[in-house]
Design a protein around this ligand. Structure first.
Ligand SMILES: NC(=O)c1ccc[n+]([C@@H]2O[C@H](COP(=O)([O-])OP(=O)(O)OC[C@H]3O[C@@H](n4cnc5c(N)ncnc54)[C@H](OP(=O)(O)O)[C@@H]3O)[C@@H](O)[C@H]2O)c1
Length: 311
């Protein structure tokens, strides 16, 4: 496909994402708990955010002592805690979830990180571009936070079988892409990316190493803040490696078709996960199917805090 046609598809995608962001129905949100004053967190206060979140949106502060970005992890799960879905919007998070993951958690970050299976799949090779689409969010991002239009899109892959030709994210020079991979994935991808100077391959050793990848993002690409959107396999590694500082978790009232095996966002010991989370803010909103809950947790184990793997 010619470069012009690829860009046209991107423009159509952007138009649709913008339309959805503007027309998202935003339920009125109730604040059930707000412990933000106990934590050393930053508050984003802006009408476009307060309108759906019912107050400022909090996140961990920048930390110059860290060799990695300060990173949030964003998930929507159904009532049974399952997250696997080709279309996470089908899990029933509605406008509240859309605004958390495509606006508030992203508006201040330099990069958004995802596993290859979340960025594109055989059923959807065009895949996703991880950015902010609400016009007021774009304005806030660029003019208040001084960030570029699109965050760097970071894709984690071991095999390197990415949908480079079809994927929207790899075909717009305005979207810088960093691929975190190992030697095998790097060798397979290099010849396919020769004419895409805006897509960078970062080999982190023989096997991919996300911790090393995070230090490269910080040192080489200047990523101070990042947002990770999973899926669950990448999220589990990020949590196990203590690379996550903030968790934004939305739980919907619906029960999606039960996947086999189940798809919780953390595939390790759920008790260990619970013990590593410190609830800061809890909100709820009505949806046609019942109550939606959206929570902000600090991850006690994020680098610079107590260890996630600690016995
Ligand atoms: N509910 C939600 O909020 C939410 C959020 C995100 C995604 N999802 C859904 O979840 C599904 C995907 O989740 P998933 O767990 O199957 O996949 P995923 O975590 O998105 O991606 C897994 C892939 O990431 C790569 N990877 C994993 N660990 C790596 C490492 N250490 N270094 C480098 N690459 C690594 C591997 O890619 P290769 O195979 O290329 O080697 C692996 O196959 C999709 O259906 C998506 O729509 C839901």
């Amino acid at each position: 496909m010619a470069a012009d046609a690829r860009l046209e598809r991107f423009v159509a995608y952007e138009r649709e994402k913008t339309r959805r962001a503007i027309s998202a129905s935003i339920p009125s949100v109730a604040t059930l708990m707000d412990r933000s004053h106990y934590f050393d967190v930053e508050a984003i206060a802006h009408p476009v955010i307060e309108q759906f979140w019912g107050g400022p949106f909090h996140h961990s502060r920048a930390d110059d002592s860290l060799e990695i970005p300060v990173t949030n992890l964003v998930f929507v799960q159904d009532a049974n805690g399952n997250t696997g879905s080709e279309e996470p919007e089908s899990l029933g998070g509605g406008g509240l979830d859309l605004m958390v993951y495509e606006l508030a958690s992203r508006v201040y970050v330099d990069a958004v990180i995802a596993g290859s299976a979340t960025v594109g799949s055989p059923a959807d090779p065009e895949g996703v571009v991880l950015s902010v689409w609400h016009p007021e969010g774009v304005d806030l991002r660029m003019h208040t936070f001084g960030k570029r239009r699109h965050p760097i899109n970071v894709v984690a892959t071991e095999q390197g079988d990415l949908f480079v030709e079809e994927g929207l994210v790899y075909n717009n020079p305005d979207v810088e892409v960093v691929i975190l991979t190992g030697d095998r994935g790097g060798s397979r991808l290099a010849p396919r990316l020769e004419h895409r100077s805006w897509v960078h391959i970062e080999r982190t050793g023989e096997r991919p190493d996300l911790r090393r990848g995070f230090t490269i993002l910080r040192e080489k690409y200047g990523v101070a803040f990042a947002s990770a959107v999973g899926g669950r396999r990448v999220a589990t590694e990020l949590l196990d490696l203590n690379l996550v500082h903030d968790l934004y978790l939305t739980t919907t009232p619906i029960v999606a078709v039960p996947p086999e095996p189940p798809t919780p966002f953390y595939l390790g010991d759920p008790l260990r996960l619970r013990q590593s989370l410190d609830l800061v803010v809890r909100k709820s909103a009505q949806s046609p199917g019942g109550e939606i809950y959206s929570e902000y947790h600090r991850v006690v184990s994020g680098e610079g805090r107590a260890g996630f793997r600690a016995a």
